[in-house]
Ligand binder design. Structure first.
Ligand SMILES: C=C(O[C@@H]1C=C(C(=O)O)C=C[C@H]1O)C(=O)O
Length: 191
């Protein structure tokens, strides 16, 4: 996997839907993974022997159109969450500048440690609403999956979670790559 061939920031504009209002969700068990409220990292670690965060990039950038209204620039962190060296999730996190200023050491000090270790280890970060979206086979994220040697046979599914910290709100989006969807289905069939 040639991670360096991916261009940061990789995210793309997409229409997110409130999980409650979405009239179309994937079938189980992926649906349950999309709507799960705890740490995704913790959940993924139970599915592998070696968990790794590959950081694709971090930096201050303008959010995509409509992604984070009224924010000129945000701290963007994009990673691949890899299980036994296979990328399962592409994650894109948006942190408003004021929150970044307040918790700079925490966020800058993350490196290849999963963000979830920060968000779920302290009670300063309060998980909020979840939105979902599907990404067509022709989307930039589908191309990202293809560049990771994962063929995209149908739409990809992702979710976006809001975490509150005081009056600030950060956004964590996670797109499940084909390898994850296949493995999750296999895990379910073995139950
Ligand atoms: C928010 C979590 O952290 C995970 C790790 C991320 C990172 O290291 O950038 C980003 C999104 C999450 O999938 C979690 O574990 O639930």
């Amino acid at each position: 996997m040639n991670v360096t061939s991916l261009s940061f920031p990789y995210g793309e504009s997409i229409q997110w839907f409130s999980a409650e209002l979405a009239d179309k969700l994937p079938k189980s068990p992926l649906k349950e993974w999309l709507l799960a409220t705890g740490s995704l990292t913790q959940k993924l670690k139970t599915c592998c022997t070696q968990f790794e965060v590959k950081v694709l990039g971090e930096g201050l950038h303008a959010p995509l159109d409509g992604e984070y209204p009224q924010q000129g620039s945000v701290w963007i962190r994009e990673v691949l969450l890899c299980l036994d060296s296979i990328p399962w999730v592409f994650a894109r996190t948006l942190i408003p500048e004021k929150l970044m200023a307040e918790r700079q050491a925490d966020f800058l000090g993350l490196g290849t440690r999963p963000l979830g270790e920060l968000l779920f280890s302290q009670d300063h970060f309060v998980p909020g609403r979840i939105e979902v979206a599907s990404f067509e086979t022709c989307s930039r994220l589908a191309h990202l999956a293809e560049s990771l040697d994962q063929s995209v046979e149908h739409e990809l599914w992702g979710r976006r979670r809001y975490f509150h910290h005081g009056e600030h709100e950060m956004i964590v989006s996670e797109i499940f790559l084909p390898a994850a969807e296949q493995a999750i289905r296999k895990l379910e069939s073995e139950l």
